[in-house]
Design a protein around this ligand. Structure first.
Ligand code: MG
Length: 159
């Protein structure tokens, strides 16, 4: 019998000047970036937590504490690669990933394919098993005001 798990991930970060905007492992040209100890890749952080949750492992903040200088400006793609490797060591394989970004600006649509391609490499699964969506929050709340970005995702893993 196949063992099957679902994991949910959420993350948010605040826009600040003077940083590069990195979303889903892809640099998105914009005049603001995301404040964080790491590179602030809000989408990859949500993906990390969904995988850790599905596999019953500890959360991203426990694995890579923001008080640790080792993770200062860390490449979140490298953190995700580490987590994928840990999850695979437990005998799991990622089955599919569905994610939604919430932000008013910049428009993510032109970057959806590169982001999905990057996620496909990082998760060792086909592009057709990945969905990346982006939407505005109709000007409501911290995402709607342009204060920051939120990312939500659901992942399934199988053994
Ligand atoms: Mg984060």
């Amino acid at each position: 019998m196949t063992d099957f798990r679902v994991g949910f991930g959420y993350d948010s970060h605040r826009f600040v000047p003077g940083r590069q905007l990195v979303v889903g492992g892809v640099v998105v040209p914009y005049h603001l970036g995301l404040k964080a100890h790491s590179d602030g890749d809000v989408l990859l952080h949500a993906v990390c937590d969904s995988l850790l949750g599905a596999a019953g492992l500890k959360d991203i903040g426990t694995c890579f504490p923001d008080t640790d200088e080792r993770w200062k400006d860390a490449d979140s793609a490298a953190l995700l690669a580490d987590i994928v490797s840990d999850v695979e060591k437990e005998g799991w394989k990622v089955n599919n990933l569905d994610c939604t970004l919430v932000l008013e600006e910049p428009k993510i649509k032109p970057y959806v394919d590169p982001i999905a391609g990057r996620l496909s490499e990082l998760l060792n699964i086909g592009r057709e098993r990945i969905s990346v969506k982006a939407k505005t929050n109709e000007k409501m709340g911290f995402t709607g005001s342009g204060e920051g970005v939120a990312a939500f995702c659901v992942v399934t893993i199988v053994k």
